[in-house]
Design a protein around this ligand. Sequence first.
Ligand SMILES: NC(=O)c1ccc[n+]([C@@H]2O[C@H](COP(=O)([O-])OP(=O)(O)OC[C@H]3O[C@@H](n4cnc5c(N)ncnc54)[C@H](OP(=O)(O)O)[C@@H]3O)[C@@H](O)[C@H]2O)c1
Length: 328
Amino acid sequence: MHTRKLGELEVSAIGLGCMNMSFGYGAPDPEECERALHKSLDVGYRFLDTASAYGMGHNEQLIGRVLKSKRNQFVLASKCGIKIDENGGRFVDCSPANIRQTCEQSLTNLQTDCIDLYYLHRLDHNIPIEDSVGELSRLVEEGKIRCIGLSEISSKTLRKAHAVFPVTAVQSEYSLWTRDPENKVLAACKELGIGFVPFSPLGRGFLTGAVSADTDYGDMDMRAFMPRFTGDNLLANLQLVDQLKHLAQRNNCTPGQFSLAWLLAQGEDNIVPIPGTKHAAYVEENAAAADVNISAEDLAAAGNLFAGDAVKGPRYAKEFEISLDPED
Ligand SMILES: NC(=O)c1ccc[n+]([C@@H]2O[C@H](COP(=O)([O-])OP(=O)(O)OC[C@H]3O[C@@H](n4cnc5c(N)ncnc54)[C@H](OP(=O)(O)O)[C@@H]3O)[C@@H](O)[C@H]2O)c1
C-alpha cells in the first residue's frame, strides 16, 4: 500500500481501526481477530489505531500480545482521557496525572517502550487544553510517546494546543455521511501541516451496504442505539446507500471501497482513514481501496448525494454523546 504523512510519521494510506476487536459492533471471535491483525501487516497496513478505553485495556493488550514480535513493522496510535466507572459509565479525565498514569498502563498493555502517536481521546472541559498538552509534551521529552494527537476537537482548541506543542494528527469522525470536519477543522489541519485521521470512515459499516432494514444488532452493538440506524431515519438513509451501490458498481469497487477512496480524495497526502473490522477478509477488501480509481465526476456525485440534510438523524443519541467540542 502506498504511504501518506501525518506530520513526521509515515503511515500506510489506510490504517486499521482495532476498536471493534474488543467492543462496539457485536461479539468478536478471538481467533479471527488475531488472523485479522496478522493479515493487516501482510497486506500492507503500517498504521494501527487503538485506545486505552477500548474494552478497558483489552484492545491494547490484544495488539501487544499478538503483534509484539512485529512491533517495528507499524506505526502505533493509542489514546488516553476516557475512563470507565464501576457501572460502565464513561467520563473524561485529561488531567496531567491521569494522562501520565494511563500512558504508563498503555505502554504495559501494548508491550512497547514507545507509542508513536498518543491522542487525547476527548477534550476535558474542566482542564485547560494547555495543561493536558503540556503533560503530553513531557511524555514526548521522556521518550514514552513520539507524537501527540487530539480527537473530536474544534479548530479553536486545535490552535490553542498547537501553540503549546506541535500536534501531529487530529482524529475525528469523517465520512460521506458525517461531514462536520469540513466546517473549519480540516482547513485548520491543512494550514498548520497537521494530519487528519477520519474515524468511522465506513459510517460504522453503513456505507458498506451491509446494513438492511432487517439487521438485528443484538445487545452488544452500539448501533442499536444510534439514531441513524433506527426507525424512519434508517429507511431514508438506506435509500442513499442504494445510490452509493450504483456508483460503486460503475467504478468496479464495493461501496465500502468507494467510501474510503472518497475520503482519500479529500486531501492530498494528510488524510488517513482507519476502517475498523474484526474480519481478515474485510481487512483485505478495505486495503484494496487505496488502489481503486474512481472518476472525479462520481466522487463529486457521492459527495453531493450525502451532503446538506440528506442524511437523517444525528450521529449520536444525546445520552451517548461524550464531551464534544463543536465549532463556534
Ligand atoms: N476517536 C474516537 O472517538 C473514535 C470513535 C470511534 C472509532 N474510532 C476508531 O476508528 C476505527 C474505525 O471506526 P468504526 O469501527 O467505528 O467504524 P467503521 O470503520 O466506519 O465501520 C466499522 C464497521 O464496518 C464493518 N466493516 C468493516 N469493513 C467492512 C467491509 N469491507 N464490508 C462490510 N462491513 C465492513 C465492521 O464489521 P466487523 O466489525 O463485523 O468486521 C464494523 O461493523 C475504530 O476501530 C477506532 O479505532 C475512534
